[in-house]
Design a protein around this ligand. Structure first.
Ligand code: HAX
Length: 438
């Protein structure tokens, strides 16, 4: 058994035993109450699922196994002389709750390299799609097409014991993560560079080799990719892509089917597609204002006009966070260090000054601050990766780390089919009638 799998087996067995006896002893204990506003308000804040890999605090933001993004930047290993930690380190941390050594991170980089070959039929499936098919649609289809290679699905068909689900899920997870950069880069080069493909560089780590396949070989871009793929990886379990992966996985659909479903959720404009929407909106603004470097007054006027047209300001607001997103701040710090003279990045910083007070003045927006998607596009444009329809695929490659690590935990902990209760509006009207206090 490989070293990560063995560590995961030991850790998850311990947690499973502890959980079982706790649920047996305290299964009736109340952990939360649900009010009417939550039932009609997208189930915000209801505690109803377990997600081991990360936790989101409204003020402090995301913590991966208890560690904030700056703490990750201080502690996770670096490879190949990187200035940013590599995503391999975060995946190891999410899987087993321990910061890996540099040797362990390097082992994982080598292991993903060993597993990365894409099946030929997946490339044929991609080639059969119109070249202007949205990259997220291509990504989801490519992942689905690889399901024919699912170890979990094959072993389940042959009669896999419940206690071994996690091991087959682990194999699918590792194979899928290993392949995603090549799949994503293939989609990018086919959609925007006439099918002029670039192979992986096996001397590099997962993120840097991905950058190479995209056609970006500067050390600075490699470091941005390492940071990007680390900070987008996980955002606890209730967000739409994570929850979808979890829900579909709970039916014992394998990692390919579950992850593709999660990607279809990520592709919505209120979720991951916001990174495309932000830069598209910024380009529209620059066009409308006929300036690459508008003043804050001009920007404020455009923001107001966007709201007057009944649209949201993309990249701002969040269902949980109530402060600027630490993932936005991490990208801002990276840009301050590495590309502070970029004109497009400076527009993002002006928006950061202008948008929050305007949203606050509406009196209904719970979080007027920027989220993760407000910043990434401008940095990518600065590096020359201007094809914004591709941006959500980058997010998706990163998100695989968190949702698939969590899927392994769900199978290891023996979580059942997810099946919350729904009610009709009539049931609610009757319930309110019976219980209201006049
Ligand atoms: N611009 C304008 N209005 C906004 C807004 C924004 N950025 N954010 C929230 N609002 C509005 C809502 O539309 C809602 O209005 P109505 O009552 O008229 O329907 C009101 O403020 C209350 O919403 P909320 O409770 O503050 O926010 P929600 O939890 O309902 O929604 C969203 C959270 C992220 C969907 C929301 O803030 C939004 O639409 N933002 C813009 C899109 C975006 O950036 N999405 C990416 C989020 C991060 C992410 O998942 N990345 O992948």
């Amino acid at each position: 058994m490989d070293p990560l799998k063995e560590k995961f087996r030991i850790k998850s067995t311990e947690v499973r035993e502890k959980l079982r006896s706790m649920v047996k002893a305290h299964g009736d204990m109340v952990v939360d109450q649900v009010v009417l506003g939550q039932v009609f308000g997208g189930m915000r804040g209801i505690k109803g699922m377990i997600w081991e890999t990360s936790n989101l605090d409204p003020i402090e933001g995301i913590k991966f196994r208890g560690r904030s993004i700056p703490q990750l930047q201080d502690t996770l290993p670096r490879l190949n002389g990187s200035t940013e930690p590599v995503p391999e380190g975060l995946f190891w941390l999410m899987m087993v709750g321990e910061v890996p050594t540099e040797e362990e991170a390097q082992w994982l980089a080598d292991e993903w390299e060993r597993r990365r070959k894409i099946p030929q039929h997946t490339l044929k499936v991609l080639e059969s799609l119109p070249v202007d098919t949205h990259p997220m649609t291509q990504f989801s289809i490519a992942v689905m097409s690889m399901q024919s290679e699912s170890i979990f699905a094959r072993e389940y068909f042959e009669g896999l014991a419940k206690s071994d689900y996690w091991a087959a899920c682990y194999e699918d997870t590792m194979n899928l993560i290993a392949r995603l950069p090549s799949i994503a880069a293939y989609i990018y080069r086919r959609s925007f560079h006439g099918g002029d493909h670039i192979g992986p560089d096996d001397t590099l780590d997962w993120a840097a080799s991905f950058a190479h396949m995209l056609g970006q070989d500067s050390e600075s871009f490699r470091n941005f990719m390492r940071l990007y793929l680390t900070i987008h990886a996980d955002h606890e379990g209730g967000n739409a892509s994570a929850h979808t992966t979890h829900l579909v996985g709970s039916t014992l659909s394998d990692a390919y089917l579950s992850f593709a479903a999660g990607m279809n959720a990520l592709a919505g404009p209120l979720h991951g597609l916001a990174n495309q929407e932000v830069i598209k909106w910024i380009f529209e603004m620059l066009d409308d204002l006929d300036s690459q470097d508008p003043t804050e007054e001009q920007i404020a006027d455009f923001v107001q006009r966007t709201l007057d047209d009944g649209k949201v300001i993309p990249g701002y607001g969040h269902a949980v966070l109530r402060k600027p997103d630490p993932r936005f701040m991490a990208q801002k710090h990276f840009a301050e260090k590495n590309l502070s003279d970029s004109v497009i990045v400076n527009v993002v910083w002006k928006l950061f000054n202008v948008v929050p007070p305007i949203l606050e003045s509406l009196g209904k927006v719970k979080n007027p601050w920027p989220n993760v998607d407000a910043h990434s596009g401008a940095i990518l444009v600065h590096y020359g990766l201007k094809e914004f329809k591709f941006y959500t695929v980058l997010f998706g490659v990163s998100r695989s780390l968190g949702v698939l690590a969590a899927l392994c935990w769900s199978r290891a902990l023996g979580f059942p089919l997810e099946r919350p209760k729904s009610v009709t509006s009539k049931w609610i009207f009757d319930h309110v009638e019976k219980n209201k206090v006049n």
